[in-house]
Design a protein around this ligand. Structure first.
Ligand code: SF4
Length: 234
């Protein structure tokens, strides 16, 4: 006996066309989502491989929207989470650059991590962070002098609790944070939460003691929007 398919699924043409529309919309949403994931992953891969940010206006919002899928897609191309975080930090800096440039240097602060100190550092911790004695055992004395001379508020701090406290006390309008990759990621997230303009500088090597930094990279960021560039003594 021949089998006849029901003409109507829900027993009424209205519900049938509604179900069809929902199905088509779901399919369309899936294709748009998939296409966006593929485009974002490819942009990350190309940006990392070529060391240049392509379509930064799309990368950041697309990543925030599709985080899990983009990370999985990037892993398929051999891109790890560290490389993605590096790109995101650069993106955040790019977004904040103009705003940062517009803030007068007297209203900017720099937070340097205390792990940049020499293991033989003679300085002590104070409520304002480490009070550097400029003993020349590490680069912090040179950097602190150069940044202070340029007009910056400079603090050498042991952690983010200090940063929050000093922000409340001195009310800078923009800040630069130096740290390892994860610290800078958290620093930028904190800045976003408190709606503050922040630039992040990632250290050359991390760890808990005697970490290193490309000082010129810090001075380059600190010089944004200034007539005279910040230069450290050689
Ligand atoms: S230059 Fe400053 S921070 Fe570096 S070791 Fe000397 S006192 Fe400590």
């Amino acid at each position: 006996m021949p089998v006849t398919l029901p003409i109507s699924i829900f027993g009424h043409p209205y519900w049938d066309s509604l179900a069809l529309m929902i199905g088509q919309a779901a399919l369309l949403i899936f294709f748009v989502w998939f296409a966006l994931v593929v485009i974002t992953v490819l942009l990350f891969v190309v940006s990392i491989r070529k060391k240049h940010l392509y379509c930064p206006w799309l990368l950041r919002p697309a990543y925030l929207l599709l985080k899990g899928a983009v990370r999985t897609g990037c892993r398929m191309f051999g891109i790890d989470d560290t490389e993605i975080t590096t790109v995101l930090i650069r993106l955040e800096n790019d977004v904040n650059r103009d705003e940062f440039a517009s803030v007068p240097v007297q209203e900017r602060a720099v937070f340097l991590p205390h792990c940049l100190r020499s293991a033989k550092c003679p300085a002590h911790l104070t409520p304002l962070g480490i009070k550097c004695l400029d003993c020349d055992r590490c680069g912090l004395g040179m950097a602190t002098n150069a940044l202070t001379d340029a007009g910056y508020l400079v603090f050498i701090v042991p952690g983010s609790t200090y940063i929050k406290r000093l922000l409340k006390r001195f009310h800078p309008r923009a800040m630069i944070g130096v740290g390892c990759l994860m610290e800078i990621k958290q620093f930028q997230e904190m800045a976003r939460k408190i709606e503050m303009t922040a630039m992040g500088v990632v250290m050359k090597s991390d760890g808990c003691v005697e970490t290193t930094l490309e000082w010129d990279e810090l001075f380059e960021v600190a010089s944004i929007g200034l007539e005279k560039p910040v230069v450290g003594r050689k």
